[in-house]
Design a protein around this ligand. Structure first.
Ligand code: BES
Ligand code: MN
Ligand code: ZN
Length: 485
């Protein structure tokens, strides 16, 4: 969907549908001219209670040529005093999804006259995100969709539109990767996707080189599959960022399919495990957008990509592997593969002395036990960094909730035969997974974001259709934007 801006009056702008955001306690007052030219029908609808402007409620009216827009869509914003940025996003998502399903509605407009203290950009962001469908394998999904959204405003929107469009494109890129099934999205295909980014340097470390580098944990995950593992490294350097500024390392778990390996998962619902590379997709989406926006930061992106299958040479419970840091790990459960891949990725990242390491991973089933689908579980070793992520999460409503990493959790993952074991059992498995990763970050400020319960939604949300959510892209971008040089 194309975004444009036009300094025009609501009643005079020709379009298939005009969206009018309306607050419950304000009614049609801000749109006097539209109301009058429609014979006050809009305000009558409100006084009769047929449309009450509740949060994300919508109401469509045809205009019979009385004003230039063929239709108006009232978008309920709820009470003025309860307005939040997320509510605006949801109202935008609801309105634009509604119009997406109408036949013949392609070009729509949005009045920006009545947002009060809310930035209208959030409404537009919700509208943009709501249009995504995964259409690669289903033609009808590709044929629907709105063509343009014109914001009626006298202000300069250039920068804001560039941001909104680029961030949405990054999110869409991530969602497509996550939705793509594992037969097509192999580790090699993920490497190709990384190579498609024009403004980042990409180096793919193949199995042989990974062996030389000592990535025994990462490589152990791929042993059961015929798909070769790919350790994907991206660098984005911005001339405006001082060349000497150490990079932010963004690491994304990139298991293109997680069957569990020899510790195989139950077959019920296993098809969803194609989304076990959502962390990697979020990192790619964020780097794509950050580079297209020429953000003044240096980024080191790492996607340890592999497929976790139970083949004849697969890793077995009891196997011991050596990581890039020299630490050894006893594999108790081959289904705890994410932390094996991430251990080598974090160890590798730490070598370039980054200013921070952020890993994003669909790491544990326990994440949804703890938080449901409502927040990312965050763990970290540095209050300033976790604070910055928290701020970004409030900005985007990609919510994070911090979990503790008490020293006592160390005992849970102590092995008799190796330095660590990869599973501490059921109790505390969300945080023991985090603790395991912490052991590889050393003194580098590090934060772990478990997106296992938020990267995929089984039901439609106000501005996210079911399937991959692209979570992490907006969060990381907001974090990078706020970063001090
Ligand atoms: N990819 C899974 C975690 C997961 C589960 C993500 C459900 C999304 C939905 C991860 O590799 C895994 O299998 N974790 C195990 C670890 C356990 C064996 C210690 C888990 O959490 O059950
Ligand atoms: Mn697993
Ligand atoms: Zn996994």
């Amino acid at each position: 969907m194309n975004i444009a801006v036009r300094d025009a009056k609501e009643a005079d702008f020709p379009c298939d549908a005009l969206i009018l955001p309306i607050f419950e306690d304000e009614g049609m007052a801000p749109y006097k001219e539209v109301d009058q030219r429609l014979d006050n029908l809009p305000s009558k609808l409100m006084s009769s209670g047929e449309f009450r402007a509740r949060q994300a409620e919508v109401f469509l009216l045809h205009t019979y040529g009385k004003i230039k827009p063929s239709r108006v869509l009232f978008a309920g914003m709820g009470k003025k005093g309860e307005a939040t940025r997320e509510r605006a996003r949801r109202a935008g998502g609801k309105a634009a999804s509604y119009l997406r399903e109408l036949r013949g509605t392609k070009d729509i407009a949005l009045s920006s006259a009545n947002f009060h203290s809310l930035p209208p950009g959030d409404f537009v962001e919700g509208a943009l995100l709501s249009q995504y469908r995964f259409g690669t394998y289903k033609k009808e999904e590709n044929e629907k969709g709105l063509k343009s959204l014109t914001i009626l405003s006298g202000e300069d929107w250039k920068e804001r539109i560039k941001w909104l469009e680029t961030v949405e494109a990054g999110t869409r890129f991530a969602r497509d990767l996550v939705n793509t099934p594992a037969n097509d999205l192999t580790p090699s295909a993920l490497a190709e996707a990384a190579l498609s980014l024009k403004k980042a340097k990409v180096r793919v470390i193949e199995k042989k080189e990974a062996e030389k580098l000592g990535m025994g944990a990462f490589l152990s995950v791929a042993r059961g599959s015929h798909e070769p593992p790919k350790f994907i490294v991206l660098t984005y350097e911005n001339a405006k960022a001082k060349t000497k500024t150490p990079p932010v390392a963004l690491i994304g778990k990139s298991i293109t399919f997680d069957s569990g390996g020899i510790s195989i998962k139950p077959s019920e619902g296993m098809e969803k495990m194609k989304y076990d590379m959502a962390g990697g997709a979020a990192v790619l989406g964020a780097i794509k957008a950050a580079s297209e926006l020429d953000m003044p930061v240096n980024i080191l992106g790492i996607l340890p990509a592999a497929e976790n299958l139970p083949g004849g040479s697969a890793s077995k419970p009891g196997d011991i592997v050596r990581t890039i840091t020299g630490k050894t790990v006893e594999i108790i459960n081959t289904d705890a593969e994410g932390r094996l891949a991430l251990a080598d990725a974090i160890g590798y990242a730490a070598r370039s002395n980054p200013r921070a390491i952020i890993d994003v991973a669909t790491l544990t089933g326990a994440c949804s036990i703890a938080l449901g689908n409502e927040a990312i579980a965050m763990m970290g070793n540095d209050d300033e960094l976790t604070g910055a992520i928290k701020a970004a999460s409030e900005d985007t409503n990609e919510r994070v909730w911090r979990m503790p990493l008490y020293d006592e959790y160390k005992e849970y993952i102590e092995s008799d035969a190796a330095d660590l074991k990869n599973s501490g059992g059921r109790s505390g498995s969300l945080v023991t997974a985090g603790y395991f990763l912490k052991e590889f970050a050393g003194n580098t400020p590090w934060v772990h974001l478990d997106i296992a319960s938020t990267a995929w939604t089984d039901k439609d949300k106000p501005y996210l259709a079911k399937g991959a959510t692209g979570i992490g892209v907006r969060l990381l971008l907001s974090f990078l934007k706020n970063l001090k040089a």
